[in-house]
Design a binder for this molecule. Structure first.
Ligand code: NI
Length: 386
């Protein structure tokens, strides 16, 4: 497998770290044990500074190179998901209802591998800032780190991150210049009718028929309201109502997700959704409450940084697609890239179940590849002269 020799030499250690993390998943901001493990390893490696307790359980560590140079941020997310693991692996989660189903155990391991190599070799100028972040899954640990001033406090000039990619061969990478992951918003609709007997609909105001009308009408936002060449997804993902075959319920709840890249498209959806809900509610004689929550912004790679990172990935890996195109998924690394240039790349994870699936397991063969990428990226961004 392609990797720096020194990192390949401690691949077994990385596998052990990854299995420990996989067995002990933690959710959202509660990554305290994970952070303690990370801090202990960083101490062993002899990094120069360790700052913990950032965004509750995040860690930032610094490794100084030779002489002046840029401060390069490398970020790994640490949190797991509320899923019951079904891999049957010997290192499966020991915590019921929690598992590393998005490979963040692998991301943390790759960054630890890079830290060990960089602290040992120091074959670069400037400083590396290793960022171990909690709460990527849904509530924006990256935003809290940015809000707590991580970028200014450590003088970070540019930032990079890797995410595992099931379905892409181990040793391969992909990224894209410009926008790579979408902005994600959510909406919630509470339809209020008047319940009654299923046999006497004339005495009720049926929220189910109204909810169906709202769900159908929402489909016209993508098909009728927006320019066909812009990227947009509006998906209704939950409808909850009813309790029995012979009861017309009082209320219905509708939730969904909106994925965009262009703020103008996002504004259009934010304007059209409540108009449609209000119009449909009036036509069915129900009341409807509407809520729209703006979530992670789009993740936008700096085109030059992404191209350079892809070059480094090509040197390390068995193949790289530098123009893979954008995806409608979302990622809170977006908040870092709103403030500093950098790039987000995917690292192949082979033939496994998909992300967020109970049978997904990070491929340990990918860990030395990702660690080598981070390490080589630093050496090439800030090479020591002569
Ligand atoms: Ni993830």
């Amino acid at each position: 497998m392609p990797a720096l020799n020194r990192i390949a030499a401690f691949a077994d250690d990385m596998t052990a770290w990854r299995h420990h993390l996989h067995e002990n998943p933690e959710l959202l901001f509660d990554c305290h044990d994970t952070a303690a493990f990370v801090v202990a390893k960083l101490r062993d490696f002899g990094v120069d500074q360790i700052h913990d307790g950032i965004a509750e359980s995040g860690v930032v560590a610094l490794i100084k190179g030779q002489g002046n140079g840029p401060v390069i941020g490398l970020r790994a997310d640490m949190d797991a998901l509320p899923i019951e693991e079904a891999t049957g692996a010997p290192h499966a989660s020991k915590v019921p209802g929690k598992m590393h189903a998005c490979g963040h155990d692998g991301h943390t391991t790759m960054l630890l591998g890079a830290a060990r190599y960089l602290a040992e070799t120091r074959n670069f100028r400037g400083t590396v800032a290793l960022i171990f972040q909690p709460a990527e899954e849904g509530i924006g640990g990256a935003k809290v780190m940015v809000d707590e001033g991580v970028l200014d406090r450590f003088g970070i000039d540019e930032l990079y991150a890797l995410h595992s990619a099931p379905g892409t061969p181990v040793g391969h990478f992909y990224t894209t210049p410009g926008p790579i992951m979408a902005a994600v918003d959510t909406f919630h609709i509470h339809v209020k009718g008047v319940g009654g007997h299923g046999a006497m609909p004339h005495d009720a105001v049926d929220p189910i028929v109204a909810a169906c009308g709202i769900v159908n009408a929402i489909q016209t936002i993508v098909s009728r309201n927006h320019y066909a060449l812009d990227d947009l997804v509006v998906s209704v993902t939950q409808v909850h109502t009813g309790s029995a075959d012979n009861i017309i319920p009082d209320t219905a709840y509708i939730n969904g997700t909106v994925r965009t890249f262009d703020p103008r498209v996002q504004e259009m959806v934010q304007r059209r959704l409540p108009q449609i809900v209000a119009g449909q509610a009036m036509s069915y004689g129900v009341e409807a409450e509407f809520e729209y929550d703006v979530g992670y912004p789009a993740t936008i790679n700096d085109p030059a940084k992404a191209a350079f990172a892809a070059e480094v990935a090509a040197e390390i890996g068995g193949g790289v697609n530098a123009e893979a195109g954008r995806e409608m998924g979302a990622e809170d690394f977006a908040y870092f890239l709103q403030h500093r240039p950098g790039a987000y790349l995917f690292v192949g994870n082979g033939d496994t179940a998909g992300l967020h699936h109970p049978e997904y397991d990070f491929d340990d063969e990918a860990a030395p590849v990702g660690a080598s990428f981070f390490a080589r990226l630093v050496e090439r961004l800030a090479p020591v002269e002569g």
